[in-house]
Design a protein around this ligand. Structure first.
Ligand code: ZN
Length: 338
């Protein structure tokens, strides 16, 4: 039962504390890549801990499962709620049913999210083959549309004639670098994973927060890739040109960017421009070390917790003074097979 408590406390702590702590105290805008990694660790470990807690409950309180290990069975028999009582058995069955349902739901959401995104991208690519023209010099598909927009599919960058007319050569280079950073970083897969995990348990704030932040942060990662080659003022100017073209309230007919594409203006543009023009966007050495240490701790903690929970589940119990049971007796009984 210690394993169940450890896993439940971890899952609750991560789900409740992580979003406000990260929002208030974590320098996500200055370390977007590390933050995306951290969010993936937190969300995956939350799901693992939740499924693990259900399985641990089942192994402790379902009679057939607890008897797989003599030590586990004897420990379970010392609990106030045991696998011999109706309440204990009900809790045990609730544990494995929850674990199986959650795993099945996760599998379904992964399949549905990745499958739908893949199908929509394929349909959009087929449409582009008819509507867009390839520009071999730029290595992009050009769509005849008055709104200045640029977005990428996994294998292609698409830009509108409106964007080509408005962007200077340097700004165009920045825009294309941004989109190619999305492609090389496989950001569409990172977003699809965050979306599938959020859909698995849509009411958990941590998962919604992680998806929202992942969508925003991959834009910052792509901005930084463009800044490294063209400089922050150029990227900010390109964002101003592209981003003002179709604000969030623009009617859909003015927006040529499909829902599944990663567009250069798909996150609040003004905040990104402000970030690019701030002089203090790089982390100090001390903050960088702290961010890496915290991310490492967030990786090690759930792995250690799962290992400790597993070890706790099957460890020999202390002697039960009321019944006269001791680990030596259990070992002897197990060896005799009686
Ligand atoms: Zn983008």
């Amino acid at each position: 039962m210690t394993a169940v408590l450890l896993l439940v406390v971890y899952a609750l702590a991560v789900a409740v504390l992580a979003p406000p702590l990260l929002a208030r105290h974590w320098p996500s805008d200055r370390a977007p890549r590390l933050t995306v990694t951290l969010l993936q660790i937190l969300t995956c470990s939350f799901l693992l801990a939740t499924v693990g807690a259900g399985l641990a409950l089942a192994f402790t309180l379902v009679e057939g499962l607890s008897e797989l290990s003599p030590a586990l069975d004897s420990c379970a028999d010392q609990l106030p709620v045991t696998d011999h009582g109706s309440l204990g058995t009900a809790l045990g069955h609730l544990g494995w049913i929850s674990a199986v349902l959650l795993s099945a739901r996760l599998l379904y959401c992964l399949t549905a999210t990745f499958g739908t995104a893949h199908r929509r991208r394929r349909e959009h690519s087929q449409m582009l083959r008819m509507l867009a023209k390839r520009d071999d010099d730029l290595g992009v598909l050009v769509l005849d549309h008055p709104s200045p927009a640029c977005y990428c599919l996994p294998d292609d960058v698409v830009i509108t004639t409106g964007a080509l007319e408005r962007l200077s050569a340097k700004q165009l280079e920045a825009v294309l670098l941004h989109e190619r950073a999305h492609m090389s970083g496989r950001h569409h897969l990172i977003i699809a994973l965050a979306t599938a995990i959020r859909r698995t348990m849509p009411h958990i704030k941590l998962l919604a927060y992680a998806e929202r932040e992942t969508r925003r942060l991959v834009e910052l990662i792509a901005d930084d890739a463009a800044v490294a080659r063209t400089g922050a003022p150029t990227v900010a100017a390109a964002l101003a040109v592209i981003g003002t073209a179709h604000a969030e309230d623009a009617p859909p007919e003015y927006n040529p960017v499909p829902e599944t594409a990663l567009a250069i203006d798909s996150s609040p543009t003004l905040r990104r421009i402000r970030r690019l023009l701030r002089l203090d966007q790089t982390l100090t050495r001390r903050t960088h070390a702290l961010v890496i240490a915290a991310t490492t701790a967030a990786t090690v903690l759930p792995v250690a917790l799962l290992a400790v929970s597993g070890a706790t589940l099957f460890r020999p119990c202390p002697p039960d003074l009321d019944s006269g049971w001791s680990p030596a007796v259990v070992m002897s009984v197990a060896a005799d097979g009686s």
